[in-house]
Design a protein around this ligand. Structure first.
Ligand code: PMP
Length: 424
């Protein structure tokens, strides 16, 4: 064990953090919702590989689709035509409403958001991008600019505090500036309305208008938002918030982008795509994580109109649309239908939300329980009255204790105070 830790420290960059500080979990094997460590201890994986393993670890059907494709063809690039690519894109397009039909395949969520930002700028001829306070949209230098959560930003690359650089550093409305921890502006997270009943939309839209009036140019390229904020701490918006924001953004020449990296593929239970719960149709949808059950893949889906603006240049991606990734992703969609994954998200999520809400009423350190389907966050606080975040040391103890009980969970929230349950 000590040797493993030394090897990890020697070869892995310091920026990679393991969750469990007392003793990291050395994962050895996975099957469906279970993981086993090198000592044969079994864990219920509620974090699902950071919201990624959408139909279960090593799902037999998906594994056999991967094996079959591995024996046939690993790689060519998309300068050739091959059937796994077309079979998959047809299947994926069928899950989305018109006019979202043109698909670009990438290898990660960051890459998908990078590409979406480029396409938005080319299509609109505008530069500035608006994202929400507390948001996470990726770790590449450009998407780091979209990410508002200061914990994930590097000042040099991500344009922290700099405007009009290659990185958009414009964050809107109720979410304040780039360093959201210091922002005096109230956040949606701070809203104390019971889940789903917030009527503060006018207030947030008012603040958004103020930002448009004071700090954002009259024309913008894009607005990025997750249908439910994931890394931000399972934050849900007031009813009509996305709908009203889309309208404002489009009036200013921008396109609206739904980042479905976490919310997509039935995770929210009631709909296959998170945006469908908001009565909007985005101009672009970006996705990754659950798309291929943990195999590296991402996608941007857009309209023929936006795609036409992008077609003026050459777009090349060596691995995007890799045949093995496509075969796996295709099998994931089939498996979701056969296993009723979205319905499971809905049923288990509803049960979990009900039971966790009972715990919230009972325990002083649970400030809020929120989310939808199996995108659920439990906000841990010092006490209910102050709703101050539970200090990091106490959060770490919760992680250690749940691990000892054989349960793996995740952490989100602007202050890292939201335990996340994302297993299906
Ligand atoms: N968007 C969202 C909403 C995410 O949660 C993440 C990853 N946590 C990303 C984009 C970036 O995806 P990736 O890590 O695959 O680059």
């Amino acid at each position: 064990e000590r040797m493993m830790e030394i090897r990890r420290q020697n070869c892995n960059p310091m920026t990679m953090k393991v969750t469990y500080y007392k003793k990291p979990v050395y994962i050895h094997q996975g099957h469906m919702q279970w993981l086993w460590d090198v000592d044969g201890r079994r864990y219920l994986d509620l974090f699902a590989g950071v919201a990624t393993v959408s139909v279960g670890h090593c799902h037999p059907k998906v594994t056999s689709a991967a094996e079959k494709q591995l024996r046939k063809l690993w790689h060519t690039t998309n300068i050739y035509v091959y059937s796994p690519l077309h079979e998959y894109t047809e299947k994926l397009a069928a899950t989305l409403p018109d006019p979202l039909k043109v698909i670009y395949l990438t290898n990660s969520g960051s890459e998908a958001n990078d590409l979406a930002m480029l396409m938005a700028r080319l299509h609109t001829g505008n530069f500035d991008v608006i994202t929400l306070r507390g948001s996470y949209h990726g770790g590449s230098p450009h998407t780091m600019g979209l990410t508002s959560n200061a914990a994930y930003k590097y000042p040099v690359a991500s344009g922290l505090g700099c405007h009009n650089t290659m990185c958009p550093d414009v964050f809107a409305g109720p979410w304040g500036g780039s360093n959201c921890r210091d922002s005096p502006i109230q956040t949606i997270r701070d809203c104390s309305c019971p889940q789903g009943s917030c009527t503060a939309n006018d207030k947030y839209i008012g603040q958004l208008n103020e930002v448009f009036a004071t700090s954002v140019p009259s024309r913008i390229a894009a607005f990025f938002a997750e249908p439910i904020m994931g890394v931000g701490g399972a934050v849900q918006y007031p009813k009509n918030f996305l709908k009203d924001t889309y309208k404002l953004v489009r009036e200013r020449g921008g396109v609206c982008i739904a980042d479905e990296v976490q919310t997509g593929f039935g995770r929210t239970g009631s709909h296959f795509w998170g945006f469908q719960g908001h009565d909007v149709i985005p101009d672009m949808v970006t996705m990754a994580k659950g798309i291929a059950n943990g195999f590296p893949m991402g996608a941007v889906v857009t309209t023929p109109e936006v795609a036409a603006s992008f077609a003026k240049g050459v777009h090349f991606n060596t691995f995007g649309g890799n045949p093995v990734a496509c075969a796996i992703a295709s099998s994931v969609l089939d498996t979701m239908e056969e296993d009723g994954t979205q319905q499971i998200s809905h049923n288990v999520g509803t049960y979990l939300l009900t039971e966790l809400a009972k715990m919230r009423d009972k325990y002083e350190i649970i400030g809020d329980v929120r989310g939808k389907g199996l995108q659920i966050g439990v906000e841990m606080v010092k006490d209910k009255a102050s709703r101050k975040p539970l200090p990091p040391a106490a959060m770490s103890e919760i992680f250690e204790d749940t691990k000892d009980m054989g349960v793996l969970i995740g952490k989100g929230g602007v202050y890292g105070q939201v335990r996340e349950y994302m297993d299906r």
